[in-house]
Design a binder for this molecule. Structure first.
Ligand code: ADP
Ligand code: DP6
Length: 352
């Protein structure tokens, strides 16, 4: 019972920031993203009745207890739905910096949802997969789909109307996203903890909630009308508002570094000089710059000259989830399974 899935990261244009239900990962607000072609995760899942616990291998190394517990909780959910009780080996490789504001949790849990459901024998449609992925990491529900994707927050207490769906017929607006790496170290305040603290303590959170749905309407209208100035303006303002809520939290925190500000200022200067470019920033110091494809080389060259920018990754709208043949070896899974089984599976205990 093995499956391998690939999922791409997404960058939020209108941010998901805050949960109304921590257990079901139900958001306070709806959000909108672009799935990116450049960054992705491949995850191989193998369920086996001879395992006596779940094993999580991330980027070639056995993950920490805390990281593994998140995977165990997620697999418990999948086992529950499937009515099966075997443990699994999960072998995941991020082709994206982990926990640095490049959305590794989105591609990570989308790939895990797709691989785990398939490996356990479920035949899942994308809407259900989006709801399952959501319960690993909220933003992962959007990475099930390619292109421009909306996550509707839903109203139901059981989360049955909280899932992502692609924005109809506008997948082909091929904007460019330049992801600027200014720091690759893992952030101190993970998104999960950051949004919780903000909801619970920041007086600015109310301002966020009062305006975010209006931002979403404007962003969707801009996409429908292909009005880049309207889109960029609301995207930049929405990111700034999200980050402003963190400054009012107790204790306060911020994801920006001086390099973050340098890139933001530079983008605003580009606009003054006539190049249409706008920034957005997720929960980390790295900045994503959005521009027309015709301007991408000019913007890239400008950004690459900044001393604080370590790398610029050129991205475009990317695809939704896909499955790889179980002969795929890119995660080195086969070798790991064989070695792990040889040394750990003499005790044929099943998960009861
Ligand atoms: P990021 O900006 O990278 O998404 P987050 O703080 O939102 O940062 O999420 C990072 C967390 O996502 C990690 O601590 C880990 O729990 C989870 N994660 C990252 N990569 C994977 C993966 N490939 N599979 C499962 N979980 C992952
Ligand atoms: C700032 O989806 O990583 O990137 O649901 O707790 O796992 P959890 O959080 P996560 O948060 C993403 C926050 C964001 C905005 C966004 O992607 O919409």
């Amino acid at each position: 019972m093995e499956a391998i899935a690939k999922a791409h990261t997404n960058i939020a244009l209108i941010k998901y920031w805050g949960k109304r239900d921590e257990t079901l990962f139900l958001p306070m607000n709806s959000s909108l993203s672009i799935t990116l072609d450049r960054f992705y995760t491949t995850t191989a899942v193998q369920f086996c009745s001879c395992l006596n616990k779940d094993v999580f291998l991330l980027n070639g190394q056995i993950a920490s207890e805390a990281e593994t517990m998140k995977i165990v909780a997620f697999l418990d959910h999948v086992r529950n739905i499937a009515g099966k009780n075997m443990y699994a080996i999960v072998n995941s490789v991020n082709k994206v910096p982990t926990a640095a504001g490049f959305a590794s949790s989105a591609s990570g849990f989308a790939a895990l949802a797709a691989a785990a459901t398939k490996a356990i024998g479920m035949d899942t449609d994308n809407k259900t997969l989006s709801q399952i992925a959501r319960q690993g990491s909220g933003s992962a529900c959007r990475s099930i789909y390619g292109g421009y994707v909306e996550w509707q927050k839903g109203e139901e207490v059981d989360g049955s109307d909280s899932f992502a769906k692609p924005i109809s017929d506008k997948q082909d607006w091929n904007l460019s996203v330049l992801s600027c790496l200014v720091a690759s170290n893992e952030k101190k305040v993970l998104s999960r903890e950051g949004m919780k603290r903000t909801v619970e303590t920041s007086p600015f959170y109310k301002g966020w909630l009062d305006t975010v749905e209006k931002d979403l309407v404007q962003a969707k209208r801009a996409i429908a009308e292909r009005d880049f100035e309207m889109l960029g303006t609301v995207v930049e303002a929405n990111a700034l508002k999200m980050h402003a809520t963190t400054l009012g939290a107790n204790p306060p925190f911020m994801y920006w570094q001086s390099a973050t500000l340098e890139v933001m200022e530079h983008v605003q200067q580009l606009r003054t000089s006539g190049i249409e470019a706008y920034f957005t920033i997720d929960a980390g110091p790295n900045v994503k710059v959005i521009c027309h494809q015709k301007d991408e080389q000019a913007v890239l060259e400008h950004l690459a000259t900044l001393p604080s920018v370590q790398n610029v990754y050129l991205c475009h709208p990317g695809p939704g989830i896909s499955y790889l043949p179980d002969t795929a070896t890119e995660n080195g899974s086969k070798l790991f399974y064989k070695t792990y089984h040889q040394s750990n599976c003499e005790n044929k205990t099943s998960h009861t």
